[in-house]
Design a protein around this ligand. Structure first.
Ligand SMILES: *Cc1c(COP(=O)(O)O)cnc(C)c1O
Length: 393
């Protein structure tokens, strides 16, 4: 028996969608704010808000009590301003020749890890007549952005000089943890001590920062000593755990905001021994029903989610039953072995969503594909519509 995709009344039925629950975002931010208090919360919305959609998430985060929003690129921060999002916004990843004047005009806080950045920011302030709010970044052991200890005094002194000229205001002192997702790992205590040293040095020379900040999601949840004046959770905002082996999101009052859903495009009966999809990685062991899901790697489904001789595929939920991907994930579609399930074309398939609803999770998909939940939620492509629910906040 073969059934074609159902139609459900007028208008196009979306094959598939990324559904984002904005009330979950708002509530997660509120929960993080309670845990962080008296520190403030900067909700990190880089990477299109971890794939959830920059502007709707920013608004939901503000409704949950995020007094700050954090982006990687200046373009992301400017997109927030263009959409009318006000309040404090910080963009931290910049390169020589950055559009500093645009950052100043849009009242975006910026970061400096090196004297060249400070010099460019000061020059833009001189040209535009606006004072730049700068956060000086120390490398306390992450080995990524930030000034290493040997360069920190120079960065601080350059900033104080520019501040004395009225060109910049040192709004923040900050750093980032490399191993906060391993609570108790000695590197965290070393970074914390190095951050305190960097702050002490800057304050001894006369810096009076509005905020000192160090903590990502993992440190917000597990390392109170790293909270300082402001925490910067990203992943936890979206209801996912940065320490999945130790803490499930529900344990700390968080619920996932994103689910990825599709409708079965085809269901058909096949005989035993039927090879499935490219390379016949999967072969049916009995007469069975195959379900075709109209989502593939061009949509963001990882090809590593394929299932067959090399291992089980990623899980999906169809009519209350968890099934696994059978055979290779293709560009636009994949197949699920439904056995004898009572399922029809048009039925809903949930790739991942909320464990509380019995759905597989982004973490399950990360485990099945050898990655982290961050990479699962950020990878879904613009071809998939984002559908927002509970958006009347
Ligand atoms: C991405 C990022 C964060 C948020 O990290 P999570 O682990 O998602 O909480 C915080 N600070 C900086 C500098 C980042 O790049």
């Amino acid at each position: 028996m073969v059934t074609e995709l159902n139609t459900h009344g007028p208008g196009p039925v979306p094959h598939a969608e990324v559904r984002v629950d904005l009330a979950a975002i708002r509530d997660n931010v509120a929960e993080l704010a309670v845990r962080a208090a008296p520190a403030q919360v900067m909700t990190v919305v880089k990477g299109d808000a971890y794939g959830h959609g920059l502007v709707p998430v920013a608004r939901a985060a503000r409704a949950g009590g995020a007094s700050w929003l954090g982006t990687a690129t200046l373009a992301e921060a400017l997109a927030l301003r263009a959409a009318g999002v006000d309040g404090r916004v910080m963009a931290w990843l910049n390169a020589p020749g950055e559009r500093w004047a645009d950052a100043l005009a849009a009242d975006v806080d910026v970061s400096a890890s090196a004297p060249w950045a400070l010099a460019e920011i000061a020059a833009a302030a001189r040209e535009t007549g606006r004072t730049a709010r700068v956060h000086l970044k120390a490398d306390t052991g992450m080995g990524r952005a930030g000034a290493p200890p040997a360069d920190w005094p120079t960065l601080v002194d350059d900033a104080l000089k520019a501040q004395a000229e009225g060109l910049v205001e040192v709004a923040g002192l900050w750093s980032h943890l490399a191993r906060a997702d391993e609570p108790g790992e000695p590197a965290n205590a070393r970074q914390l001590a190095a951050f305190r040293d960097a702050v002490d040095l800057a304050e001894a020379r006369g810096v009076r920062p509005e905020v000192r900040h160090l903590a990502n999601s993992a440190a917000t949840l597990t390392m109170r000593s790293a909270h300082f004046d402001l925490v910067r959770p990203g992943l936890a905002t979206y209801g996912l755990s940065p320490v999945p082996q130790q803490v499930a999101p529900a344990d700390v009052g968080l619920r996932p905001a994103m689910s990825v859903r599709a409708r079965l495009a085809l269901v058909k009966r096949v005989p035993p021994g039927q090879g499935v999809s490219y390379g016949h990685l999967y072969v049916t062991d009995r007469e069975s029903s195959l379900g075709l899901v109209p989502l593939g790697y061009a949509d963001g489904v990882p090809r590593h989610a394929s299932g067959g001789s090399a291992g089980p595929g990623a899980p999906v939920l169809i009519r209350g039953v968890t099934r696994r991907i059978a055979g290779r994930v293709c560009m636009d579609q994949f197949v699920v072995d439904l056995r004898d399930d009572d399922v029809n074309a048009g039925d809903e398939v949930v790739l991942f969503g909320d464990a509380a609803a019995g759905e597989p999770t982004a973490q399950d998909w990360a485990d099945a594909t050898g990655t982290i939940s961050y990479e699962i939620v950020t990878r879904f492509a613009p071809r998939l519509p984002r559908v927002y629910v509970n958006g009347e906040l």
